[in-house]
Design a protein around this ligand. Structure first.
Ligand code: FES
Ligand SMILES: [Fe+2]
Length: 363
């Protein structure tokens, strides 16, 4: 009997019930990346994070700590805040009857509640766990979550040389992709498709080069090397910026591509970092936020321009989204059945296994 690994059954990409279950498993029970600390630099700054049918307020409180709360008033449940990002003047007020909360979530004022057995301290905003790694803000909705560092395992040490906390955003693109989120993860994790789909990428980096790390329970990834005189992923392979400080000789010669479950891709280049965050919206629809980060010393240089990197990846991103959409269409056919993986597709295979393992753990 053949033991060849095959792709997942179609329902994993088409069934809204599987999708809802996955949102619970991956977004409500794991740490996911919501954004960056630079989005909320000053006390009172906030952004909203919409995920798994929830709206979460992520804010910096007056002590400088990052806090997260469900966007739900404790009076009659109304959504508190609808503007995507902004700054609270030291309190959050419900637009319905005016209950007000501090940036630490404490209920400060509740009009008309006098005269009954009512204690303000019983009604703080419902908290969502928030932790920061290297400038990335992670959230966890589970009431008893293990610390973020358990999920990140060896990554903070491995990626310390890129000092992502020091980098600043240059550009952001938001893409609407009509494909299941898992197709986007699988696509990111193999480059067998690169010679056909990404001729520009293959002229700069050899898709057969480099190696993958042994797949981990919470992330997968590997590195690729440059071809010929190329020194970074840009439209022509030229590196127009200094190497990020802190990289070794070996790290300067490669790009590291890591998918950290459930929603963060880190693409670490010798002179910049690209970040993708996935936001599943429906079983066949995913918003992808892609951002490019550079060292502040480079950004401050007169005439700085990082578009060689942005344009290169924007073109490559679109090629990947397009093929992911075609995969979604084909998998939605009644003719689809799981197909065989090659030995070189070990990362998508490991990802599928992890999806099945987590599904089994819930039963
Ligand atoms: S629902 Fe928010 S104050 Fe009444
Ligand atoms: Fe690709």
């Amino acid at each position: 009997m053949s033991t060849q690994a095959k792709t997942l059954p179609g329902r994993y990409y088409t069934d809204p019930a599987v999708f809802r279950q996955e949102m619970e498993t991956f977004y409500c029970e794991m740490w996911f990346c919501s954004g960056r600390t630079e989005q909320i630099q000053a006390p009172g700054d906030y952004y909203l994070c919409e995920v798994a049918g929830e709206s979460i307020i992520v804010a910096r409180d007056s002590s400088g700590a990052v806090r997260a709360f469900y966007n739900v008033c404790r009076h009659r449940g109304t959504r508190l805040c609808t503007v995507e990002h902004g700054r609270f003047d030291d309190r959050i007020q419900c637009p319905y009857h005016g209950w007000t909360y501090g940036l630490d979530g404490k209920l400060l004022g509740a009009p008309h509640m006098e005269g009954g057995p009512f204690y303000r301290e019983d009604y703080p905003l419902h908290r969502v766990n928030a932790e920061v790694w290297a400038g990335h803000i992670f959230l966890n909705m589970a009431s008893r979550s293990s610390p973020l560092k358990a999920q990140l395992a060896g990554l903070p040490d491995k990626f310390a040389p890129w000092a992502m906390q020091d980098l600043r955003m240059y550009k952001q693109h938001v893409y609407k992709v009509m494909a299941n989120w898992k197709l986007i993860v699988s696509n990111y994790n193999e480059c067998l498709h690169c010679p056909i789909l990404h001729p520009m990428l293959c002229s700069i980096s050899d898709p057969m080069s480099g190696d993958n790390e042994v797949p981990q329970p919470t992330y997968i990834g590997g590195a690729m090397e440059f071809r010929g005189a190329a020194q970074t992923m840009s439209v022509d392979g030229k590196r127009r910026r200094d190497y990020l400080p802190g990289l070794s000789e070996a790290q300067r010669k490669r790009v590291f591509y890591y998918a950290i479950y459930p929603n963060l891709f880190l693409s670490l280049h010798p002179d910049y970092v690209m970040v993708h965050r996935l936001w599943p919206r429906a079983v066949d629809q995913t918003d992808v936020v892609c951002e490019w980060y550079f060292h502040p010393r480079e950004l401050a240089k007169l005439g700085f321009n990082g578009d060689d990197a942005v344009d290169f990846w924007d073109a490559t991103n679109r090629e990947d989204w397009n093929i992911s959409e075609l995969s979604q269409k084909g998998i939605s056919s009644r003719a689809y059945e799981p197909g065989p993986y090659s030995a070189r597709e070990e990362l998508p295979r490991a990802f599928d296994r992890m999806v099945l393992d987590r599904e089994r753990m819930r039963r």
